[in-house]
Design a protein around this ligand. Sequence first.
Ligand SMILES: [Zn+2]
Length: 298
Amino acid sequence: METPVNHYELEDSKGLWPTIVERFNKNVSDNGVPYFKQQPSMEMDFVRFCNDNGLRFRRKTILEYSGRGPTDRPFYYLAVRDTREYEQEFIRLKCDGGGKGMCWSGAEQVRKVTLTAAIAKVIDQSDIVVKNYPISPRVYLISRRLKDLMEPFRFSGIAITPCLEVGAKYSEDEAAFASRSGRLEKEAKYFQLNLISRTPGKPSIGNLVAASGCPRCHALSIIDGDKESEFKPADLGAEDFQRFNEVTTENKGDQHMIGQIALISARALGFFIESRIKGLKPYSTDPPVKYAAVQIRG
Ligand SMILES: [Zn+2]
């Protein structure tokens, strides 16, 4: 069962923010997002307060799954713990960022990921993590334990590549991302989980209301629409793991993002939850949402 979480963004609080926090404090997240989880009378009070004071707002709805009981949507957003490190020697950038910082649009992985002892420890604790860099392609790392647990389920949309360890010796060929090595597959303790399937289509985010990106290739690093992302049924594939990096908007056409967003099937999410995989983390803190369902129109 999913619960709608309505969250609000005020265009201008006109100096009334302290009053809002005082009056609606149980419904304001740590970083200042008003939200309501099936609290219609509180929410009506809030909307009335905004209307009475001429505060314009945008309201969006996330469908939250608590992690208990049956899921009733086919897909969820994948959110996992990050490694808090920025090493990315294993990729080749395609865009130079046009002088405004790094741009990962079109970046390609050329070598296998090399793990330090510190990162290995984080994977031991969490079973799955995501590296902070690169932003694209997103690099998920898993323990051998999780790889073995996943195997009988034959989840689709993924490929698994062994990781290298700092200090060990590898040939150029073994270290190349594309090459396969029976020795590494047998001996590696950690693996990269590659999301190889893209969604067939892109979600709509309504009107584009905020955007900022690369001056060279125009891919966006910040993107916000006035609606929650929504797919049409044909825009999603059948694979258990899928990713996308494009959205469509009502006012500015299709937009390309620098980052990637990962989706996971209900079946795979159920497996992670039942296996008590610690690396899963909440979808969002503002508003607080544990697992978020992918919204599909119709
Ligand atoms: Zn760029």
